[in-house]
Design a protein around this ligand. Sequence first.
Ligand SMILES: [Zn+2]
Length: 285
Amino acid sequence: MDDNQNPIPENQPVFRPTSRPVYRRRRKQNGSDISATLQTVFSVALVMATLFTMWNPANLFSNQMLEQAFLAWQSNATPVASSGDQNAGVSTNIKRIGIISGHYSKDPPYDTGAVCTDGSGIKEVDVNYKVAYLVYQNLKADGYQVDLLQEFDPLITNYKGLLLLSIHSDTCEYIDNTFTGFKVAPSSVEQDAADSQRLANCLIARYATDTNLPYNANTISNDMRFYHAFNEIAPTTPAAIIETGFLNLDRDILVNHPDVVAKGITDGILCFINNETILQTTPTP
Ligand SMILES: [Zn+2]
């Protein structure tokens, strides 16, 4: 052969790392064995490291704590103690659910949100409050600690809980026949945005089933996507905002059947908390 730069005999199995062709050209036969051994050792080490990461006792412990906490709430028909009573730290926070009643304020300046100018006297803030209050009652009856919050409630700042949901309803103006249905936007600020997305998916699935309202993804606004509370709550709290329907075309269910609307929201929240399976039939926001 010519100058024989490659000493590896032909017809021999050779370890060939794909990313380092230069090394391969200079490697001797026994060198490739060492390299293969090293790679095996490294691979085993990597798998062990991954397993240790997945199974470390702290993770197991916190998951068990969460599981037990969830089971305790589910079996507890009475409202849990309020914060600071007998629970401390994280265990208090994870029992809480924040519900913002859209536009609601106890003190001036008052904000009505959308207003119907057809003589009906319907104001969005009132519609929202009825629904939010029913959701509050439903969840309290299920044993959760629920904070019914004003639109700009001081408690929203750094709010820590299982989740925070803001309840609004849409314009009373008639625009055209497509302005019907509900929509949900998840927080994109939360540290684990997948949680907020799952909250939104749960709400979409259960609300659609309970109310029969269509999902109206086309009218999701930046006011929803960049909702003020998303930036104000603790970054660990999953959050979303729901527009329950349009006060014009969906008025009947929003005004006359707030219990059905509230059931759809409650079921969506419980779907999220209980990690229920969702049959994904609607597009995610
Ligand atoms: Zn609103």
